[in-house]
Design a protein around this ligand. Structure first.
Ligand SMILES: [Zn+2]
Length: 440
């Protein structure tokens, strides 16, 4: 290394007095570059009480992984002074400007890692950075929790409360979204009314009040409704289309399964004399939109509609409910929507299909909230897009999928947090550069 290289790297690393680069060692075989840093000062302010001009007690050797230098893995090494303070009587290690206390990574390296974890599964980001995923999870937890402490919720008015599960049918997590800002506000384990009470505390801790919530879009869960009633006094509930149609699909599936097990022969005969292929594709075809039926599914549905099967009636009921929603979205007329829904309910009550009678009773009981959900279209597309992002967050946590990790990565990706470190590689891009952008 020639003369001046130390000064060059002192500048490149952004070091300021008393810190500078003392030596640079490049090892081309090990693809590694090591920087020895030194602190010139003999007397420093006490890190504990800030009284200036205190003596250095000793120096402790430490090292940090830094951003790669070209193809070389870069490491910083320094003897970090401990200050013995006469004023407060404590011996305290000096805070270095390039890293958080206790971290073996520099702040820039951590910022890059965090940016990668917003786009890639954590394990893949760890592979790229040649570190362990456990190390990355610890950083995600640290930075997300620090950024969330400063998160401002004072403008939130309309929220969506939903549940998701880490594994099919278990480990439920409640998620609360801001439907206007389209971001995740809060997530916690469980799906009881307590989750809503916890959210109400959360909003208070972030500059808001529970009274500011005017509107909640949610599923039919009695627990959430109870929580909203207890903790969000000004909120009106609306039940969104996505969940109601899902319930109609479930009712329809129940009818079909019951019929297939009670009278398999009748079902087989209705399917063009028992053609196995048609029978098998029926379940999927009934759930899908007619526009996306395959040829086999179209044939199966033609057979179904010619039949007297209960499944045929169940399918018509589901389609009719979808039409009620489509009309309401188009007319945006409350009276009309309510009349259409009441018509559907009275049909479903007389249909002699137990699951639909039940659904009709539920919709009748929650009439006001259901009608509100039919008219206000704000949650529908949104619920589906958030589900997509939650699935990605689950994939990102693969291998380390605990509730805490999932919640941390969901916040990192979906909360639009303002106080996270930014991607250091973005600094190198010209203004408006598009190669490295953050998708959230
Ligand atoms: Zn002191």
């Amino acid at each position: 290394m020639g003369i001046g290289i130390e000064a060059l790297f002192t500048n490149a690393l952004g070091l300021q007095a008393p810190w500078s680069v003392k030596a640079v060692k490049l090892d081309t075989n090990r693809r590694r570059i090591d920087f020895d840093l030194k602190c010139d000062a003999q007397r420093l302010p006490c890190p504990n009480c800030a009284v200036p001009e205190q003596g250095v007690h000793d120096r402790l050797q430490r090292q940090w992984r830094h951003l790669d230098f070209f193809q070389y893995e870069a490491w910083l090494h320094a003897e970090v002074p401990r200050i013995a303070c006469k004023a407060c009587g404590k011996t305290t290690q000096m805070q270095v400007p390039w890293a958080r206390e206790g971290s073996g990574f520099t702040a820039l390296f951590e910022a890059l890692a965090l940016s990668l974890c917003q786009e890639l599964p954590v394990r893949q980001a760890a592979d790229l950075l040649r570190c362990s995923d456990k190390q990355l999870w610890r950083r995600i937890e640290h930075y997300v929790s620090a950024a969330r402490k400063l998160d401002d919720m004072s403008n939130v008015r309309i929220i969506g409360i939903d549940e998701t599960s880490l594994r099919k049918g278990q480990n439920y997590i409640t998620v609360v979204h801001d439907l206007e800002a389209k971001r995740l506000l809060f997530a916690c384990e469980g799906r009881r009314h307590q989750s809503v009470l916890d959210f109400a505390n959360e909003i208070t801790a972030h500059g808001g009040t529970p009274e500011q919530i005017e509107h909640v879009c949610q599923d039919m869960s009695a627990a959430y409704a109870k929580g909203v009633g207890m903790a969000l006094p000004e909120a009106q509930i609306s039940y969104d289309r996505f969940h109601v149609i899902a319930m109609a699909n479930e009712a329809m599936d129940k009818v079909r399964r019951q019929e297939s097990s009670d009278t398999p022969q009748t079902v087989k005969e209705a399917m063009a004399g028992g053609e196995r292929k048609l029978h098998k594709s029926l379940a999927w075809a009934m759930r899908r939109n007619p526009e996306s039926w395959s040829e086999t599914q179209r044939q199966a549905m033609a057979c179904l509609q010619r039949s007297n099967l209960k499944s045929a009636r169940a399918w018509r009921l589901k389609m009719a409910l979808r039409a009620v929603y489509a009309n309401a979205a188009q007319s945006n007329n409350e009276e009309q929507a309510k009349a259409d829904l009441l018509n559907w309910i009275s049909w479903a009550r007389r249909c002699r299909l137990e699951p639909f009678k039940k659904l009709a009773a539920t919709l009748k009981e929650r009439m006001d909230g259901v009608v509100r959900g039919m008219l206000d279209n704000r949650s529908n597309a949104y619920v589906e897009s958030m589900n997509g992002l939650l699935q990605q967050a689950k994939r990102a946590a693969r291998g380390f999928r605990t509730a805490a990790n999932f919640i941390a990565i969901a916040y990192l990706r979906m909360s639009k947090l303002q106080h996270l470190p930014s991607n250091p590689l973005q600094l190198a891009m010209p203004q408006g550069g598009v190669l490295l952008h953050r998708c959230l």
